[in-house]
Design a protein around this ligand. Sequence first.
Ligand SMILES: [Zn+2]
Length: 223
Amino acid sequence: MSTNILKTDENLHRCTRSGSLSARGPIEATGKDYQWLIWGLGRCDGTVRIMNGHQKSSPRVGHGYDLHRLEPVSPVGVGRPMVLAGCRIDHDRGPVSHSDGDAVLHAVTDAILGALGQPDIGELFPNNDPKFESMSSDVFLTKAVDLMRKNGFEIGNVDITVICQRPKISKYKPAMMRQITTLLGCDGGQVNLKGKTHEEVDAVGEGRAIEVHAVILLLPQES
Ligand SMILES: [Zn+2]
C-alpha cells in the first residue's frame, strides 16, 4: 500500500471540513492534522497514523474519570436503571444521565481518547445532542477503540476502579470484565477491575454518587 503524506496547511483543513478529501491506503499526517483527518475519515478508505515523532512508536498512557449522581430509579425518582460495563446492576438507585449513564464504559472511553490526545467523550458525544439520549454506552467505547486502531495502537492493559458505597459490585465483576474484554477486543488478562467503597463519607460514601477511574496503556500495533 502506498502512503500519502499530507502536510499541515489550511487547504487540508478546508478539504476535510468540506468532505472533499479522498485517499487510498494509509495516511500519515503531521502535527495536529491527524485530528482533522479522523473527522474526515468517513470519506477516506485509508488508515490514519500519528506522526508526531516519538508518539508513533511509543506506548501511550491515558486516564479516564467519570462520576454520576445516583437517584431513586424511575418512576420513584429520576435515576436510570444502573448499568456498569454493559451489565445490569440490581439497585434501587441509578445514574442521572443523558445516555445510559454507564460510568465504567465512560471512564474507559475517556482513557483511550486521552491516550490518543483526542477530544474527550463529552466533546465527541455532547450530552445536549438528542441522538445520544438513552444511548447504550458501548457505542462510545466502540468508537474510541476504532479511533485507537486507526491511529495504529492496540490495548496493552486497562485497570479500572469502581468507587461506590452500594451496591457491592463483587458478584458482577466477572461479567463486567468479560464485557469490557469483548468491547476492547483484547484478552481477559489485559483487563482488571476492582471495587472500593468510600468509607461512608461524602456523596459517594452516602450512596448519592458513583465514581470510576480507568488507566489504560496503549501499545503501537505491530506491523
Ligand atoms: Zn458518564
